[in-house]
Design a protein around this ligand. Structure first.
Ligand code: ACO
Length: 330
């Protein structure tokens, strides 16, 4: 039977590092508060690069790892909530830069769950058509959307991109299941108004003089999101284990969206498993939204932490609200 598996991973993190101490020079915050409440120690910041640049570099790294050429790619999906343009999509521009001439390319917007949504879409396209190889990328330049006067969210996010190549063949191991879901009733809990959105449509007089009110910011009801994230992480792990008749002890690693160490510790406690089962790197990169899971996956792959036959669970949750999980046998 044809299976679909990961044949390569990659990532790219911009060079510039911003420590918590750096942030404390421009806003009323400090390293101790940020570390204790979030587990974040620093983040990367794209200065002269955009979402497309980060995505392209992560894609090149994943293609090298998969030993494929750009023209081998049939499907190219970028998950992002910080695209450089409304049009063209990030994916179209990455296709052009890579010369992935045979790929159908498009973006997906599902906030921090974007990579899982993109993975599900890519897997479905491979399953349902003649397509063989898909390049799935999560790329974010969150710091370009941050309002550095809002300490509530400015300390949480960083920039980066991760990518994976999945392929259809006579594989026994691979993607066993992917689950995605949305709950629009929580849409107001995490918001990033689009520049030029209805909020900006601010015409002051009959001559239609346009007045911009610069809505660039990330808003979050932190405590509500905390409750949502912990609840949904625990239930998604339990559900996927039950569905596949597995126990948590059968899982080598859970690779969660890297939002906050306290969310992860809480979920581990509820699942009665050591926090070490949850792979984390938010101390170095902070929350890179849709990029966090593929960055973590590539880091694990590069460190040799993943062996053939290992069961891993990917766990995403984020604005929308969106959430999703994937069970993979490596
Ligand atoms: N530095 C210092 N003090 C701060 C900062 C900061 N950066 N931000 C807030 N504070 C202050 C507040 O003003 C408040 O002060 P007060 O008591 O004098 O009013 C105090 O710290 C506590 O603020 P809370 O917002 O209640 O802090 P809380 O303990 O809830 O922690 C946090 C905030 C870390 C955001 C928490 O709610 C959380 O982890 N939420 C989960 C959401 C998350 O991680 N989202 C990631 C992005 S969304 C996603 O990826 C799905």
């Amino acid at each position: 039977m044809k299976g679909i598996k990961f044949i390569g991973t990659g990532s790219y993190l911009p060079e510039k590092t911003i420590s918590n101490d750096d942030l404390s020079k421009i806003m009323d915050t400090n390293d101790e508060w940020i570390r204790q409440r979030t587990g974040i120690g620093q983040r990367r910041m794209a200065i002269e690069e955009g979402c497309v640049d980060l995505a392209t570099k992560a894609a090149i790294s994943a293609l090298e790892n998969a030993k494929l050429k750009p023209e081998d790619i049939d499907v190219l999906i970028v998950a992002t909530c910080t695209p450089d343009n409304y049009c063209p999509s990030v994916a179209c521009m990455v296709q052009e830069k890579l010369l992935a001439v045979n790929a159908v390319a498009f973006d997906i917007s599902a906030a921090c769950t974007g990579f899982i949504f993109a993975l599900k879409t890519a897997e479905s396209l491979l399953k349902s058509s003649e397509y063989k190889n898909a390049l799935v990328i999560g790329s974010e330049v969150m710091t370009k959307l941050i309002n550095f006067e809002n300490r509530n969210t400015a300390v949480l996010f960083g920039d980066g991109a991760g990518a994976a190549v999945i392929s259809k063949n006579d594989f026994e191991n691979g993607i066993k299941d992917i689950y995605i879901k949305t709950d629009g009733s929580g849409a107001g809990l995490i918001t990033m108004p689009a520049l030029g959105s209805i909020k900006d449509a601010n015409f002051e007089d009959k001559e239609f003089t346009y007045v911009s009110d610069n809505t660039r910011d990330i808003f979050m009801e932190g405590r509500e999101v905390f409750k949502f994230a912990t609840t949904i992480m625990v239930s998604m792990v339990k559900d996927i284990l039950e569905k596949h008749n597995l126990d948590i002890s059968d899982i080598k690693y859970v690779v969660p969206h890297q939002a906050n160490i306290r969310i992860i510790d809480y979920a581990a406690k509820k699942l009665k498993v050591s926090s070490d089962v949850f792979y984390t790197n938010m101390e170095e990169y902070a929350n890179t939204s849709a990029a966090s899971i593929p960055i973590a996956l590539h880091e694990m792959n590069a460190k040799g932490l993943l062996s053939k036959g290992d069961n891993i669970i990917l766990l995403g949750f984020g604005g929308g609200l969106t959430f999703g999980s994937a069970l993979i046998t490596w």
